[in-house]
Design a binder for this molecule. Structure first.
Ligand SMILES: Cc1cc2nc3c(=O)[nH]c(=O)nc-3n(C[C@H](O)[C@H](O)[C@H](O)COP(=O)(O)OP(=O)(O)OC[C@H]3O[C@@H](n4cnc5c(N)ncnc54)[C@H](O)[C@@H]3O)c2cc1C
Length: 380
């Protein structure tokens, strides 16, 4: 398949309408105010409602609580949620990557006990990859798990763990065998219950003052054998398959969509030539990125592993998200302001300016993605 094979989403128009109605009801009820929230905003009650409406775990089999829908239908739901600025933070990671990872590689017990709860919007996940001094060079993780009767005992620390203070589980990458010449060997992914004894979660505040990140400390924390993902020692294969789920979706180019929407509203129906040019530039890039992203969804649906294509869309998409704030500032004179109730544009601008530096870091930095792309193209 190629990027120009863009699957047809028109069979899912009824689903699109259903999501729009669902979101309109929540917006009317004041569950969320679009330009104040984004897909990473954590809201447990919104997530429960999304679960009740069948919008989580959509592609999973019915016997684990899913709806057995196609990846393309899920794409339509995801892009509507993102475009509306819906607060999906409680379920996003579980729906996008942890659940699919457990479905493919988890034990029977993990599948049966955890997946239906995720699909109902009652069980939330975090990502336990990065460690202090170990982010991009993930294979160098130092958190250790030693064999114990019936399971593993973890000691060490993870950092930048989004929502660790709120989620039920994280999937942690840990070292289970001594490092050899090939550091990618001897790693294992474990599903860690955040209520287990021996876990301490400490907050780390971000640039905007929010508490989403955490540092998680493990002190002899026990994880049972049936919470291993894949098999012991397969952690590197597991983590790379999880990362391609993390990198391939529309959340990698729609994070600043609320600002673009507010910008068009602010400019109004009679733009100055420079405003028309800047908005045209953003919309044409958005259209191209959307086609590429839908094409990646089609590749996933067809059973391919589009890791390089996904890295390309994430690199271009997050660059576009960052440019949106820069071009918006050239198009309209306005000060970014938080909590400016009467001025959605000023709020959306503040929100994107404060969060956009992270867009090219989370899920793998720009430089690392470009390395993946170069390798995929045979350039390194
Ligand atoms: C909003 C946000 C949410 C996050 N959530 C989570 C989470 O929930 N769980 C989790 O585990 N992690 C999370 N992270 C961490 C994120 O994945 C890491 O920050 C990222 O992988 C980079 O690691 P690092 O911060 O250690 O930087 P480093 O790896 O130290 O990199 C520093 C700089 O050096 C560059 N660099 C590093 N190696 C190379 C190389 N080989 N070639 C060229 N350049 C290189 C990088 O591109 C970067 O610019 C989150 C990050 C952000 C910003």
């Amino acid at each position: 398949m190629h990027f120009d094979d863009v699957p047809d989403l028109s069979p899912y128009e009824a689903t699109r309408e259903r999501v729009r109605e669902f979101l309109a009801v929540h917006a009317r009820q004041g569950t969320f105010v679009p330009w104040k929230t984004t897909w990473s905003t954590f809201d447990a009650s919104f997530t429960r409602s999304a679960g009740e409406h069948g919008f989580i775990g959509m592609t999973w089999p019915q016997h684990v609580g899913g709806c057995q829908r196609s990846a393309l239908e899920r794409y339509v739901v995801a892009e509507e949620m993102l475009a509306a600025g819906a607060p999906c933070g409680a379920h996003w990671i579980a729906d996008r990557q942890s659940g699919p990872q457990i479905l493919r590689h988890g034990s029977d017990r993990a599948r049966q006990e955890i997946l239906p709860r995720i699909a109902r919007g009652e069980c939330w996940f975090g990502i336990g990859m990065s460690e202090p001094d170990v982010g991009s060079d993930l294979a160098s993780v130092r958190t250790r798990a030693d064999k114990a009767p019936g399971g593993w005992r973890i000691n060490g620390s993870k950092i930048w763990t989004t929502n660790a203070h709120q989620v039920h589980y994280i999937i942690a990458l840990v070292r289970t065998e001594q490092a050899t010449a090939r550091k990618h060997d001897g790693l294992t992914q474990l599903i860690v219950d955040m209520d287990a004894p021996g876990i301490t979660v400490r907050p780390v505040r971000d640039l905007s003052g929010h508490h989403e990140f955490n540092q998680v400390h493990f002190d002899d924390c026990f994880v049972p054998d049936d919470m291993v993902v894949g098999a012991p020692g397969q952690g590197w294969q597991m983590v790379t398959s999880e990362l391609s789920l993390e990198r391939s979706g529309p959340d990698r180019f729609l994070s600043a969509y609320q600002l673009l929407d507010a910008l068009v509203e602010r400019i109004g129906p009679e733009p100055q030539p420079h405003q028309a040019m800047l908005v045209g530039k953003l919309v044409s890039q958005l259209t191209a990125l959307r086609r590429m992203s839908i094409s990646v969804a089609g590749m996933l649906e067809a059973g391919h592993n589009p890791a390089v294509e996904a890295a390309l869309v994430k690199d271009l998409g997050t660059t576009f998200e960052q440019q949106t704030a820069e071009l918006a500032r050239l198009a309209v004179e306005a000060q970014p302001r938080q909590h400016a109730a009467a001025d959605p544009y000023a709020e959306a601008l503040a929100q994107v300016m404060l969060t956009s530096p992270s867009f090219t870091l989370r899920g793998g930095t720009r430089e690392i993605l470009r390395g993946v792309i170069a390798r995929g193209l045979g350039l390194r």
